[in-house]
Design a protein. Structure first.
Length: 127
């Protein structure tokens, strides 16, 4: 298949997770962890979090057990999560989706720990 035919195919394709699955694009860095709220305003940190390794005494980069991503699409049985939400989820609960090298992942809605968006109380009261 040529590059042009792949581009033509990609323009016409739609995708939607099945059941209660959530399609998410993980952030490289947690945007909420990088911000610190102070009296003077919001301060942004840069770089990965680090810690002093108790075994070696060296500074090691912290590996995130909890990831944050933006929801691209949800399956028809999803009750709480909607496209556009940011979600927190465990890194081991996802499956990578090799779709045009977009870095997408899928996980079940029950594996979502936290939803971040505006007016969530209003949304959840309607359910």
């Amino acid at each position: 298949m040529s590059d042009e035919s792949v581009k033509d195919l990609a323009k016409d394709l739609e995708f939607k997770p099945s059941g209660n699955y959530v399609l998410v694009k993980p952030y490289v860095d947690n945007p909420y962890e990088q911000a610190v709220v102070r009296e003077s305003g919001i301060e942004l940190r840069s770089g990965p979090a680090s810690f002093k390794n108790p075994d070696s005494g060296d500074e090691d980069e912290q590996q995130a057990a909890i990831l944050v991503g933006n929801v691209i699409e949800v399956g028809p049985e999803c009750k709480w999560v909607q496209p556009g939400d940011d979600i927190y989820y465990h890194f081991g609960s996802t499956v990578p989706i090799p779709f045009f090298r977009q870095g997408l992942q899928v996980l079940g809605e029950p594996r979502v720990f936290l939803i971040v968006n505006k007016d969530l109380n209003g949304r959840f009261q309607k359910l």
